[in-house]
Design a protein around this ligand. Structure first.
Ligand SMILES: Cc1cc2nc3c(=O)[nH]c(=O)nc-3n(C[C@H](O)[C@H](O)[C@H](O)COP(=O)(O)OP(=O)(O)OC[C@H]3O[C@@H](n4cnc5c(N)ncnc54)[C@H](O)[C@@H]3O)c2cc1C
Length: 531
């Protein structure tokens, strides 16, 4: 599909010639992404890393330009997909009449308010950039497990948002405050205290009156299905330890001077019940910066710097039973001593074994740096070049472990046939949120994208895992997105799909915001059926 000359000219008027492109080569680049292979199979298409080629790409540089571009597309009957840093299949167009709105020119930290502990960021500010500024002020921010290179704005407004530090920093949907939102018709909606008539400011994301946070993002975000966010305030946290940052060496063999006060515990538990009980206890005491349970293979990957180290550590880790990772941080020695004392008591109480004090595993200094920088997710790509996760519901710690147990036999069917890499079916990531008030569980699989039967197996396994979550009432997985899946799940969950569609129709009657990873209006659905 080609962009009409008149529309192109109008776009040039809005963003300037060098900030809009309908060149096929540029458009093709935007059609490529990690994870498209499995999405294409699901949509009955060839399993390629490229998906639909967008009709054009525009790079607006301000909220006003975003408004004008969106208004134009709404008027001419085209669609748009927003990208902040553009990581993952959900940033790609889901049909050929979609234009990519790449927000990389909107890259300012608009404000840091250290007293009230929030920062206001635009879409292309990465977690890493923001954190580098915050460290100077003894502050920190939550980052999703994807790492410091993704956008806190995209995660807070439009995606899920669990991360490795979720025990102490929650998840992205809980950290979002005042929000500047360009609706699919080009109007700006200011959410929370930003919308007040008197003294508007960014400090609150809800009200006045009804909160629209659920409409704006719900649990997993609309993934650009309901407009474009141009700035957002996010809650900040105290920096967890001494904010000194001394790094030396050459990638991947960096050495980090571990600051006062940090200490990893890698616990080996007899079985999942003990892991669960230990997580509840540590959470109750509110002492951990990080608290997550994972598999032996993942533990090997997370604490290795390259494949050789992974192979060594993974074979050792096979004997670690069920591991649990805890990171204790503190600002004073007294606080540090207290937290470690409590940890020792819990270890005694639950019978878990501390593998570090027994000399069975020694995290390198880089692991401490990656913990502070939220960089551990990278390791998911170490062994095979790609990974994806099934499940993903937000629930209690206990329900999270039910997910792990239900997943085991399903995953093992695929690993036994050598269709998926052999993790004994145990690969999982469970993190607590906010001192165990609730938790997140996903089951990652590292897989090789170059093997067609593996790509297909990933999709089949995902479908089975989704069904298992559905029929065992294990919460809604985070990849239940798009019309087909929402309409399948809705009847089991209070017909939420009916309400979600009503929201879409109210905010976006022309279906201008690409609904491929959200939900379409009824009119759009009928149009798709006829095609
Ligand atoms: C190794 C790895 C680990 C991961 N672990 C986690 C994890 O632990 N937790 C988690 O939540 N996610 C995880 N992810 C997914 C990841 O969070 C998302 O890919 C990332 O948060 C998206 O941020 P981004 O800057 O890349 O946004 P983008 O990739 O640009 O966008 C993400 C989504 O938001 C939409 N969007 C972006 N900007 C806007 C905007 N301004 N307005 C409206 N819509 C917009 C996009 O269309 C897209 O649907 C992981 C990914 C990887 C590669």
């Amino acid at each position: 599909m080609e962009l009409d000359d008149n529309i192109y000219k109008k776009l040039v008027e809005i963003v300037g010639e060098k900030n809009v492109s309908r060149d096929l080569v540029i458009r093709q680049c935007y059609a490529y992404n990690w994870g498209n292979d499995t999405i294409n199979i699901k949509r009955g298409k060839e399993s390629s890393m490229f998906t639909d080629t967008p009709i054009a790409v525009a790079l607006p540089g301000s909220t006003e330009e975003v408004q004008k571009v969106v208004k134009l597309l709404d008027e001419v009957g085209l669609k748009f997909k927003a990208q902040s840093t553009g990581l993952g299949p959900w940033t790609c167009a889901s049909s050929e009449d979609v234009m990519i709105i790449d927000l990389r020119r909107m890259n300012k930290i608009r404000k840091i308010d250290p007293k009230n502990m929030y920062a206001v960021v635009e879409p292309y500010v990465t977690g890493g950039t923001l954190q580098a500024e915050l460290i100077k002020l003894n502050l920190n921010c939550h980052m999703p497990g994807a790492g410091p290179m993704v956008s806190p704005l995209a995660s807070s407004t439009s995606m899920c948002g669990p991360g490795f530090t979720s025990e102490s920093t929650g998840f992205s949907g809980r950290n979002v405050l005042g929000t500047e939102w360009v609706l699919p018709n080009g109007e700006v909606l200011k959410l929370g205290s930003l919308g007040l008539n008197n003294n508007p400011d960014w400090y609150n994301g809800d009200g006045p009156g009804f909160s629209l946070r659920g409409v704006m993002r719900g649990a997993s975000g609309t993934k650009s299905g309901l407009g474009i966010f141009t700035a957002v305030a996010i809650k900040l946290y105290p920096y967890p330890c001494d904010p000194k940052w001394n790094l030396s060496g050459v990638s991947p063999y960096y050495e980090f001077e571990v600051p006062n006060f940090m200490k990893f515990y890698i616990l080996s538990c007899k079985n999942y019940d003990v892991v669960e009980q230990t997580m509840y206890r540590i959470s109750e005491e509110e002492i951990a910066f990080m608290l997550w349970s994972t598999s032996n293979l993942a533990l090997g990957a997370l604490f290795s710097r390259n494949k050789a180290e992974l192979m060594q550590l993974a074979s050792k880790a096979t004997f670690f039973k069920k591991p649990l990772v805890v990171l204790i941080t503190a600002r004073t020695k007294r606080e540090f001593d207290y937290k470690n004392y409590v940890m020792e008591k819990i270890i005694e109480e639950t019978g878990a074994k501390d593998l570090i004090s027994k000399g069975r595993i020694t995290p390198g200094t880089l692991a401490y740096c990656e913990a502070l920088r939220s960089m551990m997710g990278f390791h998911g790509f170490l062994a095979t070049g790609s990974f994806q996760s099934s499940f993903g519901g937000i629930d209690s710690i206990a329900v999270s472990f039910q997910m792990v147990k239900v997943n085991l036999p399903i995953k093992r069917k695929y690993t036994k046939k050598n269709l998926l890499p052999d993790d004994q079916g145990e690969s999982h990531f469970i993190t607590t949120y906010e001192w165990g008030h609730y938790a997140h569980a996903e089951m990652p699989t590292m897989y090789n994208v170059n093997i067609p039967k593996t790509r297909k197996a990933m999709v089949d396994y995902f479908d089975e895992a989704d069904d298992a979550a559905l029929y065992n009432h294990l919460n809604i997985p985070f990849f239940i997105e798009g019309d087909e899946l929402h309409d399948k799940w809705g009847p089991f969950v209070c017909n939420y799909n009916v309400w979600l569609r009503k929201i879409k129709e109210t905010f976006d009657p022309n279906n201008t915001s690409d609904s491929g990873f959200y939900i379409s209006t009824k009119k759009e659905l009928e149009k798709k059926k006829k095609q």
